[in-house]
Design a protein around this ligand. Sequence first.
Ligand code: NAP
Length: 250
Amino acid sequence: MTVANRVAVVTGSGRGIGAETAKQLAHHGAKVVVSDVTKELTEATVSAICDAGGDAIGVAADVSQRSQVESLFSSALKEYGRIDILINNAGIIRDNLVYKMTDEDFDAVLNVHLKGTFLCSQAAQKIMVPNHYGRIINFSSTSALGNRGQMNYSAAKAGIQGMTKTLAIELGRYGITCNAVAPGFIETDMTKATATRMGVDFEELKTLAAKEAAVLRVGVPADVAYAVLFFAADESSFITGQVLYVKGGV
Ligand code: NAP
């Protein structure tokens, strides 16, 4: 699966699944623009990539802000001269049962996931269309199918599936594919925060989640990164508009 010498932008890659995806892309020869809300947050991922002999830069951008997204893509273009792969990974949770969910909780989640995916994809396609090449990989979730306490997040993650298919239809003629991964329970700070909110021990929550998976374990960031790599590869040019559940089960 070839990503060598491709230039990839990975949003929210200071930690978690995004950080692992950035490292895997670099390991396979891609040049990576590691982006997160602040430049400091990108430093650990950039150092890990460069220490391993890879090529990466860190650029700050809040994906929900148009001006910051535009400046992210112009910095990436200035450094590497092209953008071939966009990974729309940045995400937050603001879980609450519907009767307690505030406007702020709702808007924040939709802004980062839905508006962020819109703004980054729009900026990326502007660069990819003239090159007649692109790979856009979005982040949905098993929560797209509904999850207690996640009315905001499940709406965003279901919306991302619609966006993925629409981008695939609109951009296919320009050599650009757009697919989504939809992870189940992955061990990151995000699921640790869920355990804290529920008032349960993280190890206990993992054990419960593992019992629900066919493979009897929870996921780790690398499980998702490999699926992203599959969609990002040159060879995946006939696969578009698809949603791949990465959940260790059916
Ligand atoms: P994570 O560990 O919380 O990492 C998310 C990253 O996104 C953080 O570095 C965060 O920065 C960054 N971010 C948040 N808001 C941002 C913004 N406005 N602009 C740019 N970056 C922003 O989460 P994760 O578990 O790796 O999740 C990665 C993706 O997978 C998300 O889209 C999530 O919804 C999805 N997902 C995760 C799971 C799971 O079980 N973990 C399951 C399904 C889907 P800060 O450090 O500043 O917060």
